[in-house]
Design a protein around this ligand. Structure first.
Ligand SMILES: Cc1cc2nc3c(=O)[nH]c(=O)nc-3n(C[C@H](O)[C@H](O)[C@H](O)COP(=O)(O)OP(=O)(O)OC[C@H]3O[C@@H](n4cnc5c(N)ncnc54)[C@H](O)[C@@H]3O)c2cc1C
Length: 494
């Protein structure tokens, strides 16, 4: 796509919400910002910076979501003689999941973020419409839908993760974010006060839920406030900021409707902090205080009673234990108790896990996630297996922003592996350094751009205080990252 066509598309989006940002402000930023220029260049046809290789071989990519399809495109751009196969069952696998937060808050429509897998398949790449049901890495093969054996020289695992609603007593379904096969989850989520933006249909329902809450607040007269609860589970999750983003946006919509004072907003995270990076933790606590949010650390949602409209949490903490004569120190006792809270609206961030077929196979691990050397993304046991995206066992890596760094490393390393050059994999300068980004939407029109890596220090791309909420990051998050993903990353360039 040409740069001015992308610009036109961005400005059309801006025009939909003139109350948030004027076309003039947007143009100003788009024309002067080096970051906007870099993103637009990445999303523009012809901007590819891949290394060309004439290597031959058969590469199988399991999972054609954001990470898998982008990797297929970049491999295709880099090594045109490769036989590349993507195995993916979901016709909407490439949809823009970060947009689910904005759909959930009534800012975007579902149509704005649904892309069709078959339109995103790079030319010359074979698609098998099915699921891998068995991995046999000792024989370099996988089985599709229990019947078709597919052989490979190199395999890339990009299956993403599963949303495990069923792990919460009272909820049902174990699904992916975009899958149409979500009937089980929809039996208990998306109505009657229980919502989740973590799957596509669920995000549309969340906006209905927020509107119902607003309507209820408008007629609410009792002395007690209505209760809106937002949870964060005890497993690794994709986009760690999303549970808070939907809370900020619910607050913004309640304010806009003039009913904010009728509703109490409370965050229940399993952890004891708002964010793993101290600078961002401190900034979020201040943002919560300014908005009058409440929060209760170390609460893990275990049960929802839809009839009684209550949520039950396992509240856990540690206490000083008995004196240990041998170690000559006090032990630590783990304590917990059940805490039940009433709700009128609850946003559930479900526990997440690696797909069982991966977790229970030889390529998985005791925790499910695929174990790799974290800088090279090469499997710890099988040298011709690489992994990236939400399913890979690297710290803090479950975002599209991480996948964007990872897929370039995987492509280089798969090509080196096919060339028989393990030394290039181990020595390469393009090692993954753990970069991830969380554009924390803090209101309609403001974002704090939390960028960091394994050092747990802020790693901002531009020299601006990264703990400040800014409208330019709204422009980046809401208007620029979608075309960058759609035309840049999914084309193997950005
Ligand atoms: C609400 C929400 C908000 C988010 N916000 C942001 C954000 O602001 N910024 C950001 O960077 N990221 C964000 N993300 C995260 C980002 O979307 C994911 O990290 C990214 O999509 C991961 O890509 P992936 O390819 O690993 O997984 P996915 O895109 O989920 O794709 C995995 C694919 O594998 C397929 N698959 C699964 N099992 C099999 C099998 N056995 N055989 C074949 N195929 C299989 C699935 O069908 C799926 O299509 C958000 C996500 C959500 C849900």
């Amino acid at each position: 796509m040409k740069k001015n066509e992308i610009l036109k598309e961005i400005l059309a989006e801006v025009d939909k919400h003139p109350e948030i940002m004027s076309r003039r402000d947007a143009m100003k930023y788009l024309t002067v910002s080096p970051m906007a220029a870099a993103i637009l260049a990445g999303a523009t046809a012809g901007a590819t910076e891949v290394q060309a290789s004439s290597v031959k071989g058969k590469v199988v990519i399991v999972g054609g979501g954001l990470a898998g399809m982008s990797t297929a495109a970049r491999l295709r751009n880099s090594a045109s003689d490769l036989e590349i196969t993507v195995i993916e069952p979901d016709p909407k696998s490439c949809s823009y999941q970060p947009g689910q937060t904005l759909v959930g808050a009534g800012i975007w429509e579902a149509d704005d973020i649904v892309y069709h897998r078959d339109d995103k398949l790079p030319s010359g790449v074979t698609l098998i419409k099915g699921s891998v049901t068995a991995f046999d890495p000792d024989n370099n093969s996988v089985t599709v839908d229990g019947k078709q054996e597919v052989k490979y020289d190199q395999m890339i695992i990009a299956t993403g993760l599963m949303l495990n609603f069923a792990a919460i007593d009272g909820l049902t379904g174990v699904i992916t974010s975009t899958s149409p096969d979500n009937a089980e989850a929809k039996k208990t989520v998306g109505h009657d006060g229980v919502y989740s933006i973590y799957f596509q249909d669920g995000s549309e329902d969340t906006w209905k839920g927020i509107q119902e809450l607003i309507a209820k607040a408008k007629t609410h007269t009792g002395p007690e406030k209505l209760q809106a609860i937002f949870t964060h589970p005890n497993t690794p999750i994709k986009c760690g900021g999303a549970p808070k983003k939907i809370m900020y946006l619910t607050h913004a919509q309640l304010e806009k409707a003039g009913v904010r004072e009728k509703v109490e907003l409370t965050f229940y995270p399993n952890g004891g902090k708002m964010f793993g990076v101290p600078e961002y933790h401190d900034a979020i606590v201040e943002q919560f205080k300014t908005r009058g949010f409440k929060w209760n650390y170390k609460h893990n949602l275990i049960k929802i009673d839809k009839e009684a409209k209550t949520a039950t949490f396992n509240h856990h903490w540690t206490e000083k234990g008995a004196w240990d004569e041998d170690l000559e120190e006090y032990g630590v006792e783990l304590k917990s108790k059940e805490v039940t809270a009433p709700f009128d609206f609850i946003h559930v961030t479900p526990p997440m896990k690696a797909p069982d077929v991966v977790a229970h196979s030889k390529v998985g691990s005791s925790k499910g996630w695929v174990p790799v050397k974290k800088e090279t993304l090469q499997h710890v046991k099988f040298k011709n297996v690489f992994c990236l995206g939400d399913v890979v066992a690297v710290p803090m890596g479950k975002t599209g922003g991480s996948a964007r760094k990872q897929y370039k490393v995987v492509v280089n390393n798969v090509i080196s592996a096919l060339e028989g050059d393990q030394k290039a994999i181990d020595d390469t300068n393009t090692k993954y350094a753990g970069y991830t980004v969380c554009p924390l939407v803090t209101g309609i029109g403001t974002v704090m751009l939390a960028e960091f890596n394994w050092t747990k220090k802020p790693t901002p791309m531009v020299p601006l205080d990264p703990t400040q909420e800014r409208w330019i990051w709204w422009l980046l998050k809401v208007y620029l990252l979608k075309p960058m993903t759609q035309y840049g990353m999914l084309a193997g360039r950005a």
